[in-house]
Design a protein around this ligand. Structure first.
Ligand code: ADP
Ligand code: MG
Length: 637
C-alpha cells in the first residue's frame, strides 16, 4: 500500500499498543463485511458535535486569553477528495492533547468495548447499527478505512498539536504535528472498495440521512448540508412528520418511529422550546443498555446536560427528547439544576403538556393509545401509587379491564362513570390474580344482577395504586367486598322465586361450618348478596384493608404470610348449600360426623380464598378435591 509523504510518521513518533479488546474489535471491523458501513460518518460527526459541545461548556468559565482561537466558528467541515480517496472531518471543538489521545483512542480502557464485543456475538449483523451505543463509535471508521489520521490541537494554549495514526492493526503511533487552528481533523484514507464515500453526493446523502439535526452547521465542501435551525426552535406547524421521525431516530438510535411526538414552542411565561417523544416500546433491548434516562437540556444553544431527570416526574422517565430555554442561567450546573426555580416551572409546563397530549391521543387515536397503555401503563400506575399530588391528573389516563367489556378490552374511568346504573353510588372494582379468576368472583353476583359494571384489577401494582386512588371526578371508587356498601334494590326482588334451605337445616350448617373453620374466619353467616355463587368471603370490621392483604400476599417470599380473616357468607338458595344443609341436619340428629360435610365446607372456604387471590398454596387442595370426586363417583346403593 502506497503511503503519501504527509502521513509518514516523523522521527520522534512513538508507537503504542491498542488495548486487547480494541485489537479484537478492530480485527472484526476491518475483516468483516458489514452493511450500513456509511454510519461511520455519523459516528465521526457525532464525535465532532460532542467536541463542540464540550468546548462551549468550557467557554462559559474561561477568559478569551485562556483559549486557542476563541473567535473560530463552531462548525463541522466535511471535505471530500475523490482522487486522493480521502474524506476529512474537521471540527473547531475542544481538541485532544497527546494524553487525551492515548486515553480516549486506544490504550486506556474504553469501558464499552468488551460489552460491545459480547453484544456482537449475539447479533453479529447489527454491528454497524449499534456500535455508537457502546462508546466505541470512533472505531467504526475502520470498516471503510485502511488508514486513519487524527490531527488535533486542544483548546488549551499550552498543549502541542499532535497526530495519531493507525492502520487498524494492533498498534498506533502518536507524533507532534503542525496545526494552527483549534480542534480536530480526522483524515479517513478509504479502502479501495469504499471509494464511494469520497464522492460529494454520497457524503451529502449520508449527512442528510444520519446527521441532519446536529446542532452545529455541517459543511460539505463549504456548503451547509444539514438543517439550519434546530428542529425544536422551528414553528411546530412547519415541521413535517418525517422530520420528527428522523430527529427521533438520530436522537435515540431507535429504528422504529415514535408513538407520539409533542412539540412545545413558547416565549411566555417562560422561553421554552422542546420536542418530547414517546418511544414505540418500553424495551429497546440492547440499544438502551447502560443508558440512563433523561432529556437533553440546552440553554442558548449550549448543551448543558445530556441526561436531565429533573424536567419530568419519575413516572414519565421513558420519555425522550430535547428541552431548550433561554431563561436558564448558562452557568447552571448539575447541582443547581435541582434547585432552580425556572427548572421547576419548565417541568410543570412539560408535564401538563404531556398529560394533555396523551388525553388527546386517547380520544383521536384510541389504537395508538392502547399501544401506549400496554407499554407504559405500569409507569402511570406507579405514578399514582407513589406521587400523591399527581393522582388526579393521572386518573384520566388509566385503563382497566372490566365486566362491561369483552375479553381483553380496556375502559377509562370516565367511560365507566358514564355507564353507571341508576342508583349506583360508586365505581366498583374487584382485585384478583388474573382475568379468568376475577370473572368468576362470587362478589360479582349482585353486580351482574343489577347490570352494574365492575373493574378488574389484576396487575400486581394495582393494589398499591388503588389505595391512593379513592375517587374519580367526585365519584368514590370502592372494592366490591366493601362491608359498608349499599346496593340499590333489585326491581324484581320480591317476585324472584327461590327455594331457600329451611331455617332449621340451614342453621345446622352454619353451626358445623363455624366448628370446622374455627379461628380461620371471623364469622359464618347468611349472605344477602349472592345469587349464582354458593359462598363468598366478606370483609368485616375485624379484617382491615383488603388491598394491603394482597400486597402482603405478594411479598410472602420475604415474610411468613398469614391468610387474612374474613366472614364466610353462604347463599341459602344455592343447591349445593341446600344439600349440605340437609346433610348437616341429619348428622346433627344422628350425632355422627359426616366426612363429606366437613370436606365440603373446607373446600368451599378454600375455593373462595383462591378466587379472592388469597390462597397461599392452591395445590394443597388437590387431595381433598380427589377425595370428593371419589365419593361423588361411588356407585349409589
Ligand atoms: P464516545 O463518543 O461514545 O465517547 P467514541 O469511540 O465515538 O466514543 O469516541 C471516543 C473518544 O474519543 C471520545 O469520547 C472523545 O474523548 C474522543 N474523540 C473522538 N473524536 C473526537 C473529536 N473530534 N474531538 C475530540 N475528541 C474526540
Ligand atoms: Mg462517539
Amino acid at each position: 500500500m502506497a503511503q503519501d509523504e504527509s502521513s509518514q510518521a516523523p522521527r520522534d513518533a512513538q508507537s503504542y499498543e491498542f488495548r486487547a479488546e480494541i485489537q479484537q474489535l478492530l480485527h472484526i471491523l476491518v475483516h468483516s463485511l458489514y452493511t450500513e458501513q456509511e454510519i461511520f460518518l455519523r459516528e465521526l460527526i457525532s464525535n465532532a458535535s460532542d467536541a463542540l459541545n464540550r468546548f462551549q461548556f468550557e467557554m462559559l468559565t474561561r477568559q478569551a486569553d485562556e483559549i486557542v482561537d476563541p473567535e473560530a466558528e463552531l462548525a463541522i467541515r466535511v471535505t471530500t477528495d475523490e482522487e486522493g480517496r480521502t474524506l476529512t472531518i474537521s471540527d473547531s471543538g475542544i481538541g485532544l492533547t497527546r494524553e487525551e489521545m492515548i486515553e480516549n483512542l486506544g490504550t486506556i480502557a474504553r469501558s464499552g468495548a468488551a460489552t460491545f464485543l459480547r453484544a456482537l456475538q449475539e447479533k453479529p449483523a447489527a454491528a454497524s447499527e449499534i456500535i455508537g451505543q457502546f462508546g466505541v463509535g470512533f472505531y467504526a471508521v475502520f470498516m471503510v478505512a485502511d488508514r486513519v489520521e487524527v490531527i488535533s490541537r486542544s483548546f488549551r494554549p499550552d498543549a502541542e498539536p499532535v497526530r495519531w495514526i493507525s492502520t487498524g492493526g494492533n498498534e498506533y503511533e502518536i507524533a507532534p504535528a503542525e496545526k494552527e487552528s483549534r480542534g480536530t481533523d480526522i483524515i479517513v484514507h478509504l479502502k479501495e472498495e469504499a471509494a464511494e464515500f469520497a464522492r460529494p453526493w454520497r457524503a451529502e446523502n449520508i449527512i442528510k440521512k444520519h446527521s441532519n439535526f446536529v446542532a452545529f452547521p455541517v459543511y460539505l465542501n463549504d456548503k451547509q448540508a444539514n438543517e439550519r435551525t434546530a428542529l425544536w426552535r422551528q414553528t411546530p406547524r412547519t415541521v413535517t412528520e418525517e422530520e420528527y421521525q428522523g430527529f427521533y431516530k438520530q436522537l435515540t438510535m431507535d429504528f422504529e418511529p415514535p408513538l407520539l411526538h409533542v412539540h412545545l414552542s413558547a416565549e411566555v411565561p417562560n422561553d421554552l422550546h422542546a420536542i418530547l417523544f414517546i418511544p414505540p416500546k418500553r424495551e429497546r433491548g440492547i440499544l438502551r443498555m447502560g443508558q440512563e434516562e433523561g432529556l437533553k437540556l440546552y440553554s442558548r444553544k449550549v448543551l448543558i446536560q445530556e441526561r436531565t431527570k429533573e424536567l419530568l416526574p419519575a413516572y414519565f422517565r421513558f420519555v425522550e427528547g430535547v428541552v431548550d430555554s433561554e431563561d436558564l442561567p448558562l452557568n447552571i450546573s448539575r447541582e443547581t439544576v435541582q434547585s432552580n426555580r425556572i427548572m421547576a416551572q419548565l417541568k410543570r409546563a412539560l408535564t401538563d403538556k404531556l398529560h394533555k397530549e396523551l388525553e388527546r391521543l386517547a380520544e383521536e387515536k384510541p389504537e395508538s393509545y392502547e399501544q401506549f397503555w400496554e407499554q407504559f401503563g405500569p409507569f402511570l400506575k406507579e405514578g399514582i401509587a407513589t406521587d400523591f399530588g399527581a393522582r388526579t391528573e393521572l386518573a384520566s389516563l388509566l385503563r382497566f379491564h372490566s365486566s362491561a367489556l369483552e375479553d381483553e378490552g380496556v375502559t377509562s374511568l370516565k367511560a365507566a362513570k358514564e355507564r353507571m346504573a341508576e342508583g349506583q353510588e360508586a365505581i366498583y372494582y374487584v382485585l384478583g390474580e388474573d382475568l379468568r379468576s376475577v370473572r368468576r368472583s362470587p362478589h360479582l353476583d349482585s353486580f351482574r344482577a343489577r347490570t352494574m359494571e365492575v373493574l378488574f384489577l389484576v396487575d400486581p401494582i394495582d393494589s398499591f395504586m388503588i389505595s391512593n386512588l379513592r375517587e374519580f371526578d367526585g365519584t368514590p371508587i370502592r372494592n366490591v367486598d366493601d362491608p359498608e356498601m349499599e346496593l340499590p334494590p333489585l326491581p324484581d326482588e320480591e317476585e324472584r322465586q327461590v327455594e331457600a334451605a329451611p331455617e332449621e337445616t340451614f342453621h345446622a350448617l352454619l353451626e358445623r361450618a363455624k366448628a370446622v373453620l374455627g379461628e380461620r374466619v371471623t364469622d359464618v353467616r347468611e349472605s344477602k348478596r349472592l345469587t349464582d355463587s354458593p359462598v363468598r368471603l366478606a370483609v368485616t370490621d375485624e379484617s382491615f384493608n383488603p388491598e394491603m392483604d394482597r400486597v402482603r400476599r405478594m411479598m410472602r417470599e420475604q415474610q411468613p404470610y398469614a391468610v387474612p380473616k374474613r366472614a364466610l357468607e353462604l347463599n341459602r338458595s344455592h343447591p349445593l348449600i341446600r344439600n349440605l344443609a340437609t346433610l348437616a341436619e341429619s348428622s346433627q340428629a344422628s350425632g355422627e360426623v359426616s366426612p363429606l360435610l366437613d370436606a365440603g365446607i373446607e373446600q368451599l372456604y378454600e375455593s373462595a380464598l383462591l378466587l379472592e387471590g388469597l390462597h397461599p398454596n392452591p395445590a394443597e387442595m388437590v387431595p381433598r378435591i380427589q377425595q370428593l370426586l371419589e365419593w361423588a363417583a361411588a356407585p349409589r346403593s
